[in-house]
Design a binder for this molecule. Sequence first.
Ligand code: HEM
Ligand code: HEM
Length: 188
Amino acid sequence: MKTHFHWGLRLLHWLMALSILTTLFVGIAMVTSPSARLWLYQIHKPLGILILVLVVVRLIVRLQTGAPALPKDMPAAAAFFAKASHVGFYALMFAMPLIGWATLSAGGYPITLGGGLQLPPLLAKSDSWYAILRPAHQYLAFLFFFMVLGHLTAALYHGLIRRDGVLDAMTGRGRQNSARFRNDQGKK
Ligand code: HEM
Ligand code: HEM
């Protein structure tokens, strides 16, 4: 039985967690510190687009390799909530960069990524779209942030309190002492 996420998925999970947290904090710093705004912005855009590229690869690997089962003794509601939040994360990992890109397009700004790279606009200049997309990017960023906090809490609860192998499935550590592993062996 599958006990761990595919190594490629684990690598992408941690690489993307780091990139997403950085992009979120750079985004907040960008709008709160006017003096550093321009150079933070030059980090925010390429990092956000990198997340978009990585999530495409990640979704393909995820669909090809699947996920280990959750512990048998986990309440059905918690398992449903965990799966729904993962779908929500994938949706946000696609939506956030696309909405950021679309915001700049609607505002008529060039989407420069540094090193002479420039993306084409996703839609024509439009004040009404700009007025929708910019706050959408902001509110979804807050939702993303709170979901990450909930996810982190759940991961630590599994890893430190329940010790059921859920955290090990993503860190790659052996799960000899996990309740789930014992269940799988039918020894519990
Ligand atoms: C996962 C990827 C991304 C995350 C998590 C993210 C997060 C954020 C956050 C937290 C803010 C500050 C929101 C506020 O308080 O107003 C922000 C603002 C912004 N982001 Fe992103 N962003 C991402 C990708 C992108 C991309 C790819 C672009 C453009 C190519 C972009 C363009 C912008 C713009 C134009 C703003 C508004 C700045 C302003 O209000 O002056 N973002 N983003
Ligand atoms: C921006 C930050 C993060 C995002 C967007 C994120 C997203 C995800 C997603 C989408 C999954 C489902 C696996 C997949 O299908 O790819 C997942 C699983 C997991 N994540 Fe994260 N993650 C983040 C940070 C973290 C952190 C900081 C930890 C732990 C300290 C963590 C621990 C886990 C664990 C243990 C699983 C496996 C859950 C299971 O077996 O159902 N994640 N994460």
